[in-house]
Design a protein around this ligand. Structure first.
Ligand SMILES: Nc1ncnc2c1ncn2[C@@H]1O[C@H](COP(=O)(O)OP(=O)(O)OP(=O)(O)O)[C@@H](O)[C@H]1O
Length: 317
């Protein structure tokens, strides 16, 4: 099957002022990546890493300096209008809705732009209104919506024409916990029912954990990692943690091979040991602890994803 996104050596430079001098800045540097239909990909990186610039090139808003890009089988800049029918884009910070019009009117205009037949428009709007729980504010002008309501309307607007690829730039930024959760649940369900490909940029690792099965990390315009979240933890050497609950108060469990005692609580009844998953296994650390103390219960905690990303950025400075 053909890829949804395929880039080869994709590069974008900008000329920026540096005091009185001008210099070239490479915002996206030799990006070669392939995204298959139905994938959910998190595109992460520090501020200024090149995420938005990449997305703009994928969507045909920005012309690459060099390299090639194909999105949904089309050349984005040349075929921008045709591409608009196959992709949906949500920029968390910018609106594609008409500020002074009721939400419903924005949907009508967008349906007309996409030339949706009346029956399709009605069915699709109804479906999205129900799934994103928008019935209460369909008649409200966009400028009066709360951020959570507006984001739901933005997502619906981007999905009205059932695009094959949805690009979301910081979709949950500024949302409260409940609104975030609702939006994530919707995206998961939509992906399941429609097989839509998702590409999202985010600084919220919760988005990546819940929504994405693949992560691309970009750093100074270059691809620093491409793989799953677990692998991202391994490549950075971030540690997993074994937490044991012991039957009796116990001294600190130091000196366990390839494990590091992190903390003890309640007179040593609950202790945490960090270990490198590349060097040993949770079972081996468990067995070594069991030789020293009776274990009542235990959990194994995965590396904290924020920590993993911090390590990637730090290692490349
Ligand atoms: N139009 C432009 N002119 C000059 N420089 C630009 C332009 N757009 C982006 N840049 C620069 O290119 C680099 C990458 O920017 P980009 O917006 O793609 O980063 P980002 O990863 O999306 O960052 P953020 O997480 O802050 O949104 C930055 O150094 C930025 O200042």
């Amino acid at each position: 099957m053909s890829a949804i996104v395929e880039t080869a050596g994709l590069t974008r430079e900008f000329t920026v002022r540096d005091g009185v001098r001008r210099r070239r800045l490479t915002a996206v540097d030799d990006l070669t990546v392939r995204i298959e239909p139905g994938e959910a990909v998190g595109y992460i990186g520090a501020n200024g890493a090149g995420k938005s610039t990449t997305i703009k090139m994928l969507a045909g808003i920005l012309v690459p300096t060099s390299g090639t890009v194909t999105t949904c089988g089309l050349r984005p800049v040349r075929d921008r209008r045709r591409l608009a029918r196959r992709i949906g884009v949500v920029f968390g910070q910018r609106s594609q809705l008409w500020w002074d019009l009721p939400v419903r009117e924005s949907f009508r205009i967008l349906a007309a732009i996409h030339a949706l037949p009346a029956t399709v428009e009605r069915a699709r709007t109804e479906e999205l209104v129900e799934r994103l729980e928008m019935a209460d504010f369909l008649a409200t002008p966009v400028r009066q919506l709360s951020l959570g309501q507006r984001m739901r309307a933005e997502v619906a607007a981007a999905l009205l024409h059932a695009p094959r690829l949805v690009i979301l730039d910081e979709p949950t930024i500024g949302l409260d916990v409940l609104s975030k959760q609702r939006l994530r649940e919707f995206l998961i369900a939509m992906r399941r029912t429609d097989g839509t490909t998702l590409l999202l940029t985010t600084h919220d690792m919760g988005d990546v954990e819940r929504l994405c099965d693949r992560v691309l990390v970009v750093d100074h315009g270059r691809l620093a990692y491409d793989g799953d979240l677990a692998g991202l933890g391994r490549t950075t050497g971030a540690e997993r943690v074994l937490v044991v609950h012991l039957a009796a108060p116990s001294p600190d469990l130091t000196g366990i091979p390839v494990a590091r005692h992190l903390s003890s609580e309640a007179h040593g009844l609950r202790q945490s040991l960090a270990f490198d998953a590349e060097a040993t296994t949770a079972a081996r650390v468990f067995a070594a602890v069991a030789e020293r103390a009776e274990i009542l219960d235990f959990t194994v905690e995965e590396p904290d994803i924020e920590d993993v990303v911090r390590r990637i950025y730090a290692a490349r400075r």
